[in-house]
Design a binder for this molecule. Structure first.
Ligand code: AMP
Ligand code: MG
Length: 328
């Protein structure tokens, strides 16, 4: 019998609702991202965005999937990691639906969901994953029953760094695509702090140095070019070491920053050198959205994991490696 899972995502600026079947078919994936008129994302404003738009997006996703609410067999939600107010709003919607529809509730780790939707799409079995987004920067591989973080940012996420850089340069949110466009026009490379510490990396020094270049009159395109080459080079270094160490033969690029073509080019080169297969998650499944939560919900449900409403408090600091992966 086919199961229909409603997946609800809302860890940060985006709210998403998707329907995925137990066979791994994505039937719908509706989402909306809060774009602040100025400044960064305020957690309270993002949670208000989710409570205002969430119900409509869920209805749309059920309708677009061609099913009815009564056909839903389980409700999955992103329990963490993320911003507390956003997680609580999302969890409240998920709990309500699970009770109202009288179907099981499944708690999903947002980072694990990014990996599993990438595996579904690529048919990879056991990749090294580079997960890069507005809130996360991690190189992850499966070992000993868990997704282990081999390397990660010690301060800000790469997407956040690109968004803040764009803002400082007078460009709108989200900054990543604009930095990519500007970087193509750049030709002069400026040295920026290349900060890899063991398997971890740090981006805040680079951001400060890039701002300084701007105040010295260096062109926006040269700054964007230099920032991309340096920050992506750092990621490539730790991804390469993770592949060499784990000897895995698949490299997966996922998260919102996976939409970047230059990063894709650099990482596919890393994969090639190690005779690994490379896959970049398609744009509609790369960023934060509900389909990945739904698919992870299916995997978890089949492995026997679900959660009682009374135990389903959110986990803002839930780490990728803090969950036993029962389905692998
Ligand atoms: P997520 O947090 O996964 O929803 O992804 C959002 C992040 O992806 C934001 O920080 C965006 O700036 C970033 N992003 C989107 N498109 C691109 C791109 N083409 N290049 C770099 N970053 C991007
Ligand atoms: Mg994400």
């Amino acid at each position: 019998m086919t199961l229909y899972c409603l997946g609800i995502e809302g860890t940060a600026h985006s709210f998403g609702a998707g329907i995925v079947t137990s066979e791994g078919k994505v039937l719908s994936n509706e989402w909306d991202m809060l774009k602040p008129a100025q400044g960064g994302i305020h957690p309270r404003e993002a949670s208000r965005h989710h409570s205002e738009l969430g119900p409509g997006l869920i209805k749309d996703s059920v309708q677009k999937a061609g099913i009815h609410f009564k056909d839903i067999n389980l409700v999955a939600f992103s329990r963490g990691p993320g911003l507390g107010p956003c997680l609580r709003t999302t969890a409240t919607i998920a709990r309500t639906l699970s009770l109202k529809l009288a179907v099981p509730l499944v708690d999903v780790n947002h980072c694990v969901a990014h990996i599993e939707i990438g595996c579904l799409e690529s048919r990879f079995n056991d990749p090294v994953t580079v997960y890069v987004s507005g809130g996360n920067t991690q190189v992850i591989a499966f070992a000993g029953g868990r997704f282990r973080t081999f390397g990660e940012t010690l301060d800000i996420a790469i997407g956040n760094m690109l968004d803040v850089l764009a803002r400082e340069l007078g460009m709108p949110f989200p900054g990543g695509p604009i930095v990519e466009r500007e970087a193509k026009k750049g030709s002069n490379f400026y040295d920026l702090p290349y900060s890899v510490k063991g398997m971890d990396l740090s981006y805040s020094g680079m951001l400060t140095a890039a701002k300084k270049l701007h105040s010295e009159g260096v062109s926006i395109s040269d700054i964007c070019y230099s920032v991309q080459e340096t920050s992506f080079g750092m990621l490539a270094e730790i991804a390469e070491r993770a592949i060499a160490h784990t000897k895995k033969n698949e490299l997966l690029l996922t998260g919102g920053v996976a939409r970047n073509n230059r990063l894709t080019e650099i990482l596919s080169g890393v994969a090639k050198r190690h005779e690994a297969t490379f896959h970049r998650v398609s744009p509609s499944l790369a960023g934060d959205q509900g389909a990945m939560i739904a698919w992870n919900g299916i995997l978890q449900y089949k492995s026997g994991r679900r959660i009682k409403v009374e135990d389903s408090h959110v986990l803002p600091k839930w780490r990728t490696d803090d969950q036993d992966i029962l389905w692998r």
